[in-house]
Ligand binder design. Structure first.
Ligand SMILES: NC(=O)c1ccc[n+]([C@@H]2O[C@H](COP(=O)([O-])OP(=O)(O)OC[C@H]3O[C@@H](n4cnc5c(N)ncnc54)[C@H](OP(=O)(O)O)[C@@H]3O)[C@@H](O)[C@H]2O)c1
Length: 249
């Protein structure tokens, strides 16, 4: 479970442990991970932590190695670690865009490539994308692009692995009440525009844990998210016009 030191990942680790999974919590902040492991253990769950930077292949290999060493198998990979980036496309710094792709797209790829050789039939890969990975919105185009790219990897991989019995799920959360926005990279001092109130990370965690159990193709957390994606797919020009107000400063 990557990105488990905060927000959606932290809530998902708790949820998976409460459903009886043995969980490896991975992220860079070891102190937060250690505290989470203590909490899970105190409530009767089983968890260990692995300090991991998903952009670093060696670090990811070590996480997978430790998982197999401790638990004897690796059944589910949840690629949740992620980083936001705000800024108009005309102003994005290429180095910021590259780094956000390293975390949001190459990071999951590193984890998938390290985990797959250890996964047998019935294995599950769950990639946490976003509704804005289905329709890019103004002032976060770089972040959206990284999630579109992740979806592409998920779609190709799902078909490639179908015969081997490993499922690949894309989860598309909408706004979720975590520290994501505060943790995001910013291009300039962009104004934080309106965004929906959003759902709790626990609600997203329940959807991710269901996906880890059943391995569906796509997961939307709320009906509103599903309707948003259906609407913008059916009426892209209207969506452009509706989104113009978000492009204002
Ligand atoms: N919040 C939303 O509105 C929203 C909506 C749709 C999708 N999402 C997606 O949901 C996922 C979780 O986001 P969140 O809302 O829970 O945000 P968050 O609270 O900022 O958590 C992000 C997590 O990713 C980890 N992370 C960042 N860079 C990493 C790296 N290089 N290596 C390993 N771990 C790294 C962070 O841990 P460390 O800093 O300790 O490494 C942290 O645990 C992300 O993929 C995000 O794109 C969020």
């Amino acid at each position: 479970m990557t990105g488990a030191s905060s927000g959606i990942g932290e809530a998902t680790a708790r949820e998976l442990a409460s459903r009886g999974a043995s969980v490896v919590v991975a992220a860079r902040d070891a102190e937060k991970l250690e505290a989470l492991v203590g909490e899970v253990s105190a409530s009767g769950g089983l968890a260990i932590f692995a300090k991991t930077d998903v952009t670093d292949r060696e670090s990811v290999e070590a996480m997978v190695g430790r998982t197999v060493e401790e638990f004897g198998a690796l059944d589910i990979l949840v690629n949740n670690a992620g980083l936001g980036l705000s800024g108009r496309v005309s102003e994005l710094r290429p180095e910021d865009l590259r780094y956000v792709f390293e975390v949001n797209t190459v990071g999951p790829l590193n984890c998938i490539q390290a985990a797959l050789p250890r996964m047998g039939r019935g294995g599950r890969i769950v990639n946490v994308s976003s509704v804005v990975g289905k329709r890019a919105i103004p002032k976060v185009g770089g972040y959206c692009a990284s999630k579109f790219a992740l979806n592409a990897l998920s779609d190709a991989l799902r078909v490639e692995l179908a015969k081997g019995g490993v499922s690949v799920t894309s989860v598309y959360p909408g706004t979720t009440r975590t520290s994501f926005r505060e943790n995001s990279r910013r291009t300039r001092d962009e104004k934080r525009g309106w965004r929906p109130k959003g759902v709790t990370p626990e609600r997203v965690a329940a959807s991710i844990a269901d996906a880890a159990e059943k391995g569906p193709r796509d997961v939307y957390v709320t009906l509103a998210d599903r309707l948003f994606v259906a609407g913008v797919t059916l009426l892209p020009g209207l969506a452009d016009r509706a989104l113009r107000s978000w492009a204002k400063d």
